[in-house]
Design a protein around this ligand. Structure first.
Ligand SMILES: *[C@@H]1O[C@H](CO)[C@@H](O)[C@H](O)[C@H]1NC(C)=O
Length: 434
């Protein structure tokens, strides 16, 4: 009797156990309702039952009126295949036939607006920068799409890779993914480390650099110099004055040389490494302030220098040929403008160019600032396409967020950190002062 009762018990236990396993297995194997909603088409029976019930979502924003199409600002370069298809660099600005003994890399970051980038690059080349030293850091987040020529001019992230490398002769390095301003600055630093550069120049992509053709020289300084040669000269002075001034021969007593506010800067890589680079937790505005304050807190020198004109500009000249400084056509001359002989240095034409750039820069700083980024709207259907207005909006949100991080980091709103008694090492340790 006892044996048969324990046998029945075993059978019942086995049945219960198997049942439990089956239940657990079914739970694990059958996707939940939420998972099903991802893998099944969203239209189900309830939609068919009530066909006239309006969908509450999505309700679209009004479609913006389309912007006029972008036209290339350097028509001669559109058909150019090699550097000799363009006019020569103005003779008074031509880079030295033999490169100066120092390397002089100039890094220019690019995310949007080809016209402004092209204008910036051409202005540095016509101001004497050796093309092989100009590095466009393509930060479009479109992988190899530009190198393959997959994007079109109407796409905000378009860049003419072939023209930059084959016609202008400059270099293009693409970032592995879209970087924020702070990350891009660290990418510059990374590029310097990888290339063994002790220092590098970096410039904004919405500027026009112009040599001071009217610069009256002190005779013993050797006469007129291009903006590039003045950069070389100032770099030599900077390196001599502060680079190895430390008694222990430590590098890095100077950090930055600023030209024309911060539109062009010479950076001492070692100084930036010493303070741990840029804080990528502050993605855009505010991160420059954080960086420059930390450099000063650590006793690293930042000083302005003078090398020429660098205008901050949100628009483009009608034709970049103007920067090549050809003589204006005389009455009756019918030759194409690019085949005309060179103008004279410091001519009336140069003054007109300078005044034009100056007024463009004034209008940018009177409210046109940051309008240029979102002026291109095409590229739908091209690789890595993003909605241009959405991209702009998201960046604005990130900018705001970064300022909150900055305030939290230092316990203080705004840029005046040392002014309120903060110093190196206070990061994240100070209570809010608001
Ligand atoms: C991009 O360009 C390459 C090279 O021209 C071409 O092979 C490829 O099919 C293009 N891809 C797209 C998505 O257009």
């Amino acid at each position: 009797m006892a044996a048969s009762r324990s046998g029945r018990f075993k059978v019942i236990s086995a049945v219960v156990l198997v049942g439990l396993f089956v239940t657990i297995f079914l739970y694990a194997a059958v996707p939940s309702k939420r998972v099903l909603s991802y893998i099944q088409p969203s239209s189900d029976k309830t939609d068919k039952k009530k066909p006239d019930k309006p969908k509450p979502h999505p309700i679209y924003k009004p479609t913006p009126t389309p912007a006029p199409p972008i036209v290339d600002n350097f028509p001669l370069a559109v058909d150019a295949r090699e550097p000799t298809d363009l006019p020569p660099i103005p003779s008074w600005n031509a880079p030295p036939t033999q490169h100066v003994r120092e390397y002089t890399p100039l890094l220019i970051g690019f995310t949007r607006n080809w016209l402004l980038l092209q204008q910036t690059v051409v202005s540095y080349l016509t101001a004497g920068w050796p093309p092989e030293d100009v590095y466009v850091i393509e930060n479009t987040g479109t992988m190899n799409a530009n190198r393959n020529g997959n994007l079109t001019l109407q796409n905000p992230f378009y860049l003419d890779y072939r023209r930059l490398t084959e016609v202008f002769g400059v270099k293009v390095i693409s970032t592995p993914t879209l970087l924020t301003f702070a990350q891009l600055q660290n990418f510059f630093l990374h590029t310097a480390i990888e290339n063994n550069w002790d220092y590098y120049f970096w410039g904004h992509m919405d500027v026009v650099a112009l040599s001071r053709e009217d610069w009256d020289d002190v005779p013993d300084e050797g006469g007129y110099k291009s903006l590039y040669m003045r950069c070389v000269e100032d770099m030599r002075k900077t390196v001599e004055d502060g680079y190895l001034i430390d008694k222990q021969n430590h590098k890095g007593t100077w950090a930055i040389r600023f030209y024309a506010y911060d539109r062009l800067a010479l950076v001492n890589r070692y100084a930036f490494e010493k303070v741990g680079g840029w804080d990528v937790m502050i993605p855009f505005y505010g991160t420059d302030c954080d960086m420059h304050e930390r450099l000063t807190m650590n006793g690293l020198i930042q000083k302005p220098g003078h090398v020429g004109l660098v205008y901050d500009i949100a628009d483009t000249l009608g034709d970049l040929l103007r920067l090549y400084r050809r003589r204006p056509a005389k009455e009756g001359e019918t030759e194409p403008a690019h085949l005309l002989p060179e103008d004279e240095r410091g001519s009336h034409e140069w003054e007109k160019l300078r005044d034009r750039l100056n007024s463009m820069s004034v209008s940018k700083n009177n409210g046109d600032r940051n309008t240029w980024q979102a002026s291109q709207e095409g590229g739908q259907g091209e690789p890595y396409y993003r909605d241009p207005a959405g991209f702009e909006k998201a960046i604005e949100m990130w900018m705001k967020f970064g300022q909150d991080v900055m305030a939290e980091k230092w316990g203080h709103h705004g840029c005046n950190l040392r002014g309120v008694g903060l110093s190196a090492g206070d990061e994240w340790r100070v209570k809010h002062d608001w």
